[in-house]
Design a binder for this molecule. Structure first.
Ligand SMILES: [Zn+2]
Length: 139
């Protein structure tokens, strides 16, 4: 009795079994459907794990555009209706009844996602700075 040899034989046996089972799956259309369902389920489960807050929301919201495309220098695109805004906070509350947090959670937006278009907020900052300087100069 050679233990090394017998274990290697066993290993080969298991390998052949797996291959045969795989071949059966591929030749069987029903098994193939099951397999693709399984893949979909696994993908959904992984997606839920990656986004636990999204999983709590039982409704599935289809974003109007991608996160990247929704932020432009001069405007933001509403992920819900696709309209363009310089600042989106008032719109999502008025039109969709969402707070910024709810809106971000619904569409899986990052916490640093802007609610004001970058150029617009820059202008507002410079206006505020200019006003401050003007006031100081008057004194
Ligand atoms: Zn909208």
């Amino acid at each position: 009795m050679n233990p090394t040899r017998s274990s290697r034989e066993q290993h080969t046996q298991i390998g052949t079994d797996k291959r045969n089972r795989l071949r059966l799956c591929l030749n069987n259309p029903i098994a193939q459907t099951d397999l693709s369902n399984l893949v979909t389920n696994v993908a959904t489960a992984i997606g839920s794990l990656a986004n636990p807050e999204t999983a709590l929301d039982d409704q599935n919201y289809e974003p109007f555009t991608s996160i990247k495309k929704s932020v432009k220098p001069d405007h933001l695109v509403c992920m819900d209706c696709g309209k363009k805004f310089k600042t989106i906070k008032r719109h999502i509350k008025a039109s969709h009844g969402l707070t910024v947090d709810e809106y971000k959670r619904r569409y899986g937006l990052p916490s640093d996602y802007p609610v004001t278009a970058p150029n617009y907020s820059e202008k507002r900052t410079s206006i505020a700075v200019n006003l401050g300087l003007g006031r100081k100069a008057k004194k």
